[in-house]
Structures are given as structure tokens and as C-alpha cells.
Design a binder for this molecule. Structure first.
Ligand code: NDP
Ligand code: DGY
Length: 329
């Protein structure tokens, strides 16, 4: 059993995690686990207290891990394992400076997130939440030629912003719907885009020529606030906008204006700012805006695999061995 000076290493978990992950941590017998034993986020003060003296930290995307947390943890901290593929909540420069290793969960959630994004796109473009509501509230009086019409994918142009793991999985799923052109933008052209006949274009071209825009990039200083007034003003009036990356890629005031003025047709968001979105938020008053509570990776099996992977990453970092998914920076 690998321990520090004969003692078990201390790890702090900022939330209840899937049982698949807990089993791996218990079976390893190398760490003493303390945990914020709740399905709700840890308060900042409890995070700062819980992490004290920890050798390992397992966190979620809702935990901001910055210099204050690292200082509170102290010099023992060897590894941070996040139960997510996105790592914009981690102060990477600070973490790197202190030689702390980082584990994350790429690939294992790609299919689930792509599937949800396609579901959100279809629900938004074909107005499913409105239709369900009309059935329940008696608004369904008859089959009417012009009632609840939306936009279809057949013959359309789709633009994917960020053709990474998830963006590519979304494109693969959309092509069989009869998409005519698949545009994508990002920092570099991708060889693998050939599989979906992807055309690498400048962002402006993608925005003005697409019928459907899907945002699946990572949140970085360059992508923060990227979808703003200027962006929406270049979209077609019939355009449908979908975001399953991070909420702050979008300027929500500008999105509200674009949706309520008819500048764009509809939007589907799996991610917002803040999360949760307050129930009195203006976006929630719009029929042409479908908002989901950040459930891209939420299948039972995906969350179980994410739990297991985050536990294995944590153990690798504690023991100084390979981590199955280590973030290299
Ligand atoms: P990848 O790293 O594989 O893909 C990220 C993509 O973002 C890359 O293709 C990259 O393009 C692109 N990108 C980076 N900078 C820019 C930019 N300035 N403009 C346009 N594109 C850019 O990550 P994943 O596909 O695995 O995950 C993507 C993101 O999805 C995560 O970071 C996370 O925020 C979000 N996510 C959301 C989930 C949900 O539940 N809604 C679930 C899982 C992930 P390039 O290679 O050219 O730099
Ligand atoms: C991630 O992993 O980054 C998602 O947002 C949640 O699965």
C-alpha cells in the first residue's frame, strides 16, 4: 500500500460522485476520503476547509479551483481530478506553477453529449416544448397547415464552431438527416473533417451562411463572449442557434435581443450563465428559446464511467503513476 510516511493519503471530494468511482477509491486502499456529502455544491468556505492538507482533490465543473483553494490545500496537493472534460473552472497557470497534475474525462462523454445536442437542436428547430405545452393546455384545436411549423435539417447548411471530439460526433450524427453543407470554424483545419465533408471557413462565413449553428468549442479567453450582438446580427433570420459548450461563450442579453426581435429564429441552450439560470430570467419568457439544465453527459452509464475515470485519475496522481486521462499543459 502506497502511503505518505505510513499514513493513508488525504483526498477531498467536493460532491457525492457516482458509486463506480467510490468503489475504485475504497478498493485501492491508498487514501482516506473526506467528502462534501451532498448532491448540491460545496460552499466556498467548506471547500477551503475541506481541502486543507489534501494530497488529492476530486472536483466538479461548478467548483472554482484558483490560487485561494490551492493555498488552502497547501504543499501536499499532488493531483486535481475533475469529473468533466471542460477545465475552464481550473486556474491552469497556478496549478502548473505548483507542479500539480490534472486529470479530466475526455472521450467517455462524447457520444452522450453529441446525442443530447442533436436532441436539443431538433427540439428547438421543430418546436417540441411548445407543441407538448399546447397539447396539455388545450391549444391543440385541429391540424392546421401553418401551426407550429419549424425548420428541418434536410438540404440545410450546418455550422459547427469547434469541431473537436464532441463537435465531430455532432456532425457525424447530423449528416444522415440530409445536411447539404457542413461548415466548421476553429483555430485549425482538421484532416478528420473529410469524413463529414466539412468545409473549414472563417467564423463570419459560418455565421452568415449557416441555417443551424452549433457551438461545441471549449471556453477560452478567445471564445468567451464570442456569440454577441455582432455575431447574431450576421445570422439568417431563419437561423437556429444551439450551445452545448459553456454559457459564457454567449452574451445572453444580446441573445435575448436577437430572439425577441426576430433577428434569429430560435435558440437551444444546454449551458447558461449563471447555472442554474434564475427562474425569472428573460430568456425563459421566450417561446423560441429552449433551455436545458446542463445535461449533455447525463446518461447513467456515462456518468458511471466518468466517476470511475475520475477516481482512476486521482489514484494515478496520488501514486505518481500514469493517469488514464491526464491533461497535458
Ligand atoms: P475538444 O478539446 O475535443 O474540442 C474543443 C474544440 O474547441 C476544438 O475543436 C477547438 O478547435 C475548439 N476551439 C478552441 N478555441 C476555439 C476558438 N477560438 N474558436 C473556435 N473553436 C475553438 O473538447 P470536447 O469536444 O471534448 O469538449 C468541448 C467542450 O464541450 C468542453 O470544453 C466543455 O466546455 C463542453 N462540454 C459540455 C457538456 C455539456 O454537458 N453540455 C459535456 C461535455 C463537454 P481547435 O482544435 O481548432 O483549437
Ligand atoms: C463537461 O464534462 O465539461 C460537461 O460540461 C459535463 O459533463
Amino acid at each position: 500500500m502506497q502511503t505518505v510516511a505510513g499514513k493513508l493519503m488525504k483526498v477531498f471530494l467536493t460532491r457525492r460522485i457516482p458509486p463506480e468511482g467510490m468503489k475504485i477509491l475504497s478498493a485501492a486502499g491508498v487514501c482516506e476520503v473526506s467528502q462534501w456529502d451532498s448532491d448540491e455544491p460545496v460552499q466556498r468556505a467548506d471547500l477551503l476547509k475541506g481541502v486543507q492538507g489534501a494530497h488529492g482533490l476530486l472536483c466538479l465543473l461548478s467548483d472554482k479551483i484558483d490560487a485561494e483553494v490551492l493555498d488552502a490545500a497547501g504543499p501536499n496537493l499532488k493531483v486535481i481530478s475533475t469529473l468533466s472534460v471542460g477545465y475552464d473552472h481550473l486556474a491552469i497557470d497556478e496549478i502548473k506553477k505548483r507542479g500539480i497534475r490534472v486529470g479530466y474525462t475526455p472521450d467517455v462523454l462524447t457520444d452522450a453529449t453529441a446525442e443530447l445536442t442533436v436532441a436539443l437542436l431538433l427540439a428547438t428547430a421543430r418546436r417540441l416544448p411548445e407543441g407538448v405545452e399546447e397539447v396539455k393546455n388545450g391549444g391543440w384545436s385541429s391540424w392546421k397547415p401553418l401551426w407550429l411549423c419549424g425548420y428541418g435539417l434536410s438540404g440545410s447548411t450546418v455550422g459547427v464552431i469547434g469541431l473537436g471530439r464532441i463537435g465531430m460526433a455532432i456532425a457525424r450524427r447530423l449528416m444522415p438527416f440530409g445536411v447539404k453543407r457542413l461548415l466548421y470554424s476553429g483555430r485549425t483545419a482538421k484532416d478528420y473533417a473529410a469524413e463529414v465533408n466539412g468545409e473549414y471557413v472563417p467564423l463570419d462565413t459560418l455565421v452568415s451562411e449557416s441555417d443551424f449553428i452549433v457551438v461545441s468549442c471549449s471556453l477560452t479567453p478567445e471564445t468567451q463572449g464570442m456569440c454577441d450582438k455582432a455575431f447574431f446580427s450576421k445570422m439568417k433570420n431563419t437561423g437556429v442557434f444551439v450551445n452545448s459548450s459553456r454559457g459564457t461563450v454567449v452574451n445572453q442579453e444580446d441573445l435575448y435581443e436577437a430572439l425577441s426581435s426576430g433577428q434569429i429564429a430560435a435558440a437551444g441552450l444546454d449551458v447558461t450563465t449563471p447555472e442554474p439560470l434564475p427562474t425569472n430570467h428573460p430568456l425563459l419568457t421566450l417561446k423560441n428559446c429552449v433551455v436545458l439544465p446542463h445535461i449533455g453527459s447525463a446518461t447513467y452509464s456515462t456518468r458511471g464511467i466518468m466517476g470511475a475515470l475520475s477516481a482512476q485519475n486521482l489514484l494515478g496522481g496520488l501514486q505518481g503513476t500514469d493517469m488514464p486521462s491526464e491533461l497535458t499543459f
